[in-house]
Ligand binder design. Structure first.
Ligand code: FUC
Length: 829
C-alpha cells in the first residue's frame, strides 16, 4: 500500500513538473485480374435459394445465386493465416486459386545511396532554418534511391476440379458463412443435389474441401493443379497426391504445395495432369502450401525443407476424418470470431436479397438519394466480414496481412501487394484492439520487430542516426530504404504496438515485445530532432505523406522540417514510451530525456489562419486541397490528442480540415474519415461515408480519386481491391459504438458509450467490444437510446463511463460484470 502511495506521489510530481506539456493533450493525461473467362450461369434460381435466404443470418452470410466470374469481383476468400484461397464455385469446373503469404519474388536489398549521409546534417539545418529550396537542391544532387529486387506478392497456384455431370444446374447457391468460416456451393443436376464445402484450418494448416451428393456413386471428377511460377513442376502420384514444387531463381525461395484426395467409394486413376475419380460417394481434398521464407534479416530463408513441412501437414490431416478436421477448425475459429456480435435490427426488405443484389440496391438507393438509403443488415455484414478477413489472413507465425491480405492472383499486383506504412499497414491492424482480436495481432508485432534489422542499417546509412528507420513501403525482404520520400514510419508502427497493449493489458507483451521496439524508435527520433527557427524541436527531414506544399517562391515541395504528422507521431511515441517505462518501472533516464524533448517539441497540433489544422510547420497551403491522405489528422485518429470535450478548439479545426479535404476518396481514405468523424462525435457525417464504401464497384484499375466501394464479394476497392478498406471499416464502426481514447493507464480510460450512433441504427446490440484498459463492453440500445451496457474485466479496475454528456466513475471487480442503464445507474451489484 505504502509502495502504491509513493508511486502515486511520484507520478503526481512528474505530472506537475511536466504539466504544461500535457495540459493541451488528451493523451497527455496519459503520462500516461487477369479476367477469368465468363462461366455459364445456372438457368433457374429456385428452391434452395429461397430456403437458405430464410434460415441464415444475413449479417453473417455472403451468398449468391451464381458462380464467380472474375477473381477480384466475385470469388470468395478463405484463409488460415498462411494459405489463402479464392473459391469460384463454378458448376462444371471448380476453381480454387490459392496463395501462400510468403511466396514473394524479389530479394533483400543490398545497395544504398552513400551520397545522402554526408550532406544530411546540412540538409537538416537548412530545413530547420526554412531554406526549403536550398535543401531540396542539395537532396536532389544526391540522386535517387535504389530500389532493386523489391519483388511482389506472388500467386501460388490453381486447383481445378472438373465434374462429369453436365453444367445445366438449378437451385444454385454459393455462400460464405462468417460465423463458421465455411464456404459452400450447392446445386442440382439431373435430379442429384451436390454440395461442396470449403474451409481453411489454422490448427491443421490445410484447406479442406468436401464434395458430396445426395445419391451414392454420383461423383465423377478430375482434379488437377497448376502454378504460374516458372520453375514450378507438377508431380502426380499414385498415392492420390498432387504436388507442385520449385525454387525461385532470383531469391532461392523454395515452395511446395501438396494436395491429397481421399474419396469414399468409387475408383481412381492417375492421368498425365491429375487424378480421375469415378462413381465416388463423396470426396475430401486437402491442400497445403509452404515456402522456406523466414522473418530473419538479411537472409530471410529458413533452414528447413518446405516440401517436408507441407507433406507432414497433409499426412497428419489425412489421418483425421472430415468431421474431426471441421470440429478442430470450428473450435479454433468460433473462439475468435463469435466473441463479438453486432446486430443492427431494423425491418428491411433487402434482408432476403443475395449479397450482390443487396449491394446494388444499397448503391442505387443512395445514388437516387432515396430516403431509405441504408441497409443496417448489410452494414453489419461488412463489419463482421472485416473480422472474418482478419482471422483468415493474420495468424500467429506468419507475415502480417498485406495490401490484399493473403489473396492475390496476379504476378504484378497493384503496389506489389506490399506493406505500405503511411496508412495501409497500420490501418489493417486498427481492428484488432477494439474488435477483440488480439491473437491475430502477433504477425504485425513480429514484422515490425523484423524491420528493426534493415531499419537500423538505413538509420545509419542515411542519417548516421541510432534506432531504426522504416520507409513508406516495405516487403518481406526488409526493404527499408527512404525511396521517394523521407516519411518515417517507425513511430507510427509503434502506435499500433502500444495500442495493442492498452486494449489487451498484456504486460508481458509490453515488456518483452513492444517496449524494446518503442525504445529503439525513440532513439531514431531523438537523433532526428533539430531546433527550428524559434528553437522548438522539429523532425528533419519530414514529410506529410504523398502531398506537396506551396512555398513562398510559389513552387511546390515535399520535404520540410516538422510536418504535423511527424510531430504528432513523435509526441505520441514519447508520451507512450514514458508511460510504458513507468508501468514497467524501468529506464528513468530515458523518461527524463523524453520529458525534456516533449517540453521543447514544436507543437504537434497548430491551428492555421484559415481555422484548420496546420499540415506543416508553417501555414503552407496543400498543393492538392482534396488529397486522400489526411495525415495531419493523425492526432485525432489513430492518435488520442483531440476530443470534442477536452480540446474543443482543435475539434473545430479538425472538422474544418476534414471538410475541406472532401468526401470523394478511395477505400481506406473513406474509412479513415469515418473513424475521424466518429471521434468528433459526428454520427450522421460518419454514416454519410457508408455510401462510398458500400458502393457497388466493378473497376479493377488503379484510381486515386472518386474511388472506393466494394465488389460483389464485399472486398473493398481502392480500386483495385485493397483490404485496408475492409479492416478500416470494421475499426471505424467500432469507433462509432464505443470509444476509450481519453485517459491514461494508471487512472483508467473513459468508456464513451454510443459516441456516434447514427439515426440509421435505431435499434441494435453489440457484444464483446474492447475498451482500452482491457475492459470488455456489451451495449444494447433501442430507439436510438441506450438500454443497457455491461462492462467486465479480468482485473480489478476503476474507470469512467460517459453517455450523452454524463460521466460516472465505476469500480469493476474481476469476473463480476457491471451493468448500467441509460442514466448510467447500476442494474445489478
Ligand atoms: C499509398 C496510398 C495509395 C495506395 C497505396 C497502396 O501510397 O496513397 O492510395 O493505397 O498506398
Amino acid at each position: 500500500m505504502k509502495k502504491i502511495f509513493s508511486l502515486f506521489l511520484a507520478i503526481c510530481l512528474i505530472i506537475l513538473q511536466t504539466g504544461f506539456i500535457y495540459d493541451n493533450y488528451v493523451s497527455a493525461e496519459n503520462v500516461q485480374l487477369r479476367n477469368e473467362p465468363d462461366h455459364k450461369e445456372p438457368k433457374k434460381e429456385i428452391g434452395l435459394q429461397k430456403l437458405f435466404s430464410n434460415n441464415t443470418d444475413s449479417s453473417l452470410t455472403l451468398w449468391y445465386t451464381q458462380p464467380a466470374r472474375q477473381w477480384m469481383l466475385q470469388a470468395l476468400p478463405i484463409g488460415n493465416g498462411n494459405v489463402g484461397a479464392m473459391v469460384f464455385g463454378t458448376v462444371k469446373k471448380e476453381h480454387l486459386q490459392f496463395n501462400e503469404k510468403s511466396l514473394w519474388s524479389g530479394r533483400p536489398q543490398a545497395v544504398t545511396n552513400p551520397l545522402y549521409q554526408p550532406r544530411m546534417d546540412k540538409v537538416k539545418k537548412l530545413l530547420a532554418s526554412g531554406s526549403i529550396p536550398e535543401a531540396d537542391s542539395l537532396l536532389k544532387e544526391a540522386g535517387g534511391f535504389p530500389r532493386e529486387h523489391f519483388g511482389a506478392f506472388q500467386p501460388f497456384g490453381d486447383l481445378y476440379m472438373e465434374f462429369d455431370h453436365g453444367d445445366e444446374a438449378t437451385d444454385y447457391r454459393r455462400d460464405l458463412n462468417l460465423s463458421k468460416a465455411l464456404a459452400s456451393v450447392n446445386y442440382r443436376i439431373n435430379g442429384v443435389s451436390y454440395r461442396r464445402e470449403y474451409f481453411a484450418s489454422f490448427p491443421d494448416q490445410v484447406v479442406v474441401m468436401r464434395i458430396t451428393a445426395d445419391q451414392p456413386g454420383k461423383i465423377n471428377m478430375h482434379v488437377t493443379m497448376t502454378t504460374r511460377q516458372a520453375q514450378g513442376k507438377l508431380i502426380v502420384s499414385n498415392g492420390l497426391k498432387l504436388i507442385v514444387k520449385g525454387t525461385m531463381t532470383e531469391n532461392k525461395l523454395q515452395y511446395s504445395s501438396h494436395v491429397k484426395i481421399n474419396p469414399d467409394g468409387g475408383t481412381t486413376s492417375t492421368t498425365a495432369t491429375g487424378i480421375e475419380i469415378k462413381k465416388a460417394n463423396s470426396v475430401v481434398l486437402l491442400l497445403t502450401a509452404k515456402t522456406n521464407y523466414a522473418m530473419n534479416w538479411p537472409g530471410c530463408l529458413g533452414d528447413f525443407d518446405p516440401d517436408q513441412v507441407a507433406s507432414n501437414y497433409i499426412e497428419k490431416a489425412s489421418k483425421k476424418t472430415y468431421e474431426q478436421l471441421l470440429n478442430a477448425h470450428l473450435k479454433d475459429y468460433d473462439n475468435l470470431f463469435n466473441r463479438v456480435q453486432l446486430k443492427l435490427d431494423r425491418h428491411d426488405d433487402r434482408r432476403s436479397l443475395p449479397t450482390d443484389q443487396a449491394l446494388i440496391a444499397y448503391t442505387k438507393s443512395n445514388e437516387q438519394k432515396m430516403q431509405d438509403g441504408g441497409d443496417p443488415t448489410l452494414e453489419a455484414l461488412l463489419f463482421n466480414y472485416g473480422r472474418y478477413l482478419m482471422i483468415a489472413s493474420s495468424r500467429k507465425g506468419s507475415l502480417p496481412a498485406n495490401l490484399q491480405g493473403i489473396w492475390n492472383n496476379s504476378k504484378t499486383p497493384a503496389w506489389d501487394s506490399d506493406y505500405h506504412t503511411d496508412i495501409n499497414l497500420e490501418m489493417n491492424y486498427w481492428i484488432n484492439g477494439p474488435t477483440n482480436l488480439p491473437e491475430c495481432f502477433s504477425p504485425f508485432t513480429d514484422y515490425v520487430d523484423f524491420l528493426r534489422g534493415p531499419g537500423r542499417k538505413t538509420a545509419k546509412d542515411y542519417f548516421n542516426a541510432n534506432g531504426f528507420f522504416v520507409n513508406i513501403y516495405t516487403n518481406p525482404w526488409g526493404y527499408a530504404e527512404p525511396r521517394w520520400s523521407w516519411t518515417g514510419a517507425s513511430g507510427w508502427l509503434c502506435q499500433n504496438l502500444y495500442d495493442h497493449f492498452l486494449f489487451s493489458g498484456d504486460q508481458d507483451y509490453l515488456r518483452n515485445k513492444a517496449y524494446p521496439i518503442m525504445k529503439e524508435a525513440c532513439s531514431l527520433y531523438l537523433d532526428l530532432l533539430v531546433p527550428y527557427k524559434d528553437k522548438s524541436l522539429v523532425i528533419a527531414p519530414s514529410v506529410s505523406p504523398e502531398i506537396n506544399f506551396r512555398f513562398s517562391d510559389n513552387k511546390t515541395y515535399r520535404t520540410s522540417a516538422g510536418a504535423a504528422i511527424d510531430q504528432q507521431i513523435v509526441y505520441d511515441l514519447f508520451v507512450n514510451t514514458i508511460e510504458a517505462a513507468r508501468i514497467l518501472k524501468t529506464d528513468p533516464s530515458l523518461i527524463n530525456t523524453l520529458t525534456d524533448r516533449l517540453k521543447r517539441l514544436s507543437a504537434p497540433v497548430k491551428i492555421g489562419n484559415n481555422g484548420m489544422l496546420q499540415e506543416w510547420v508553417e501555414d503552407w497551403q496543400a498543393e492538392d486541397l482534396q488529397h486522400r491522405h489526411i495525415s495531419h489528422l493523425y492526432a485525432l485518429y489513430p492518435g488520442r490528442m483531440i476530443d470534442p470535450i477536452k480540446t474543443p478548439e482543435w475539434t473545430k479545426a479538425a472538422m474544418n480540415s476534414l471538410t475541406l479535404r472532401g468526401d470523394n476518396q478511395t477505400g481506406w481514405g473513406t474509412t479513415w474519415r469515418i473513424a475521424c468523424y466518429a471521434r468528433l462525435g459526428e454520427a450522421e457525417k460518419a454514416h454519410t461515408f457508408f455510401k462510398s464504401i458500400i458502393r457497388h464497384c466493378i473497376d479493377t484499375s488503379i484510381v486515386y480519386r472518386n474511388g472506393g466501394g466494394a465488389y460483389d464479394n464485399l472486398l473493398t476497392c481502392h480500386s483495385p481491391f485493397q483490404i485496408d478498406g475492409n479492416f478500416g471499416y470494421s475499426a471505424a464502426v467500432a469507433e462509432m459504438l464505443l470509444q476509450s481514447h481519453v485517459g491514461n493507464w494508471q487512472q483508467g480510460y473513459e468508456i464513451h458509450l454510443l459516441p456516434a450512433l447514427p439515426k440509421a441504427w435505431p435499434n441494435g446490440m453489440v457484444k464483446g467490444l474492447m475498451a482500452r484498459g482491457g475492459l470488455t463492453v456489451d451495449v444494447e440500445w433501442k430507439a436510438g437510446k441506450l438500454v443497457k451496457a455491461m462492462i467486465s474485466s479480468e482485473l480489478e479496475k476503476t474507470t469512467k463511463v460517459t453517455y450523452k454528456g454524463k460521466t460516472i466513475e465505476i469500480k469493476i471487480s474481476k469476473g463480476k460484470p457491471l451493468s448500467l442503464d441509460a442514466e448510467l445507474k447500476k442494474l445489478n451489484s
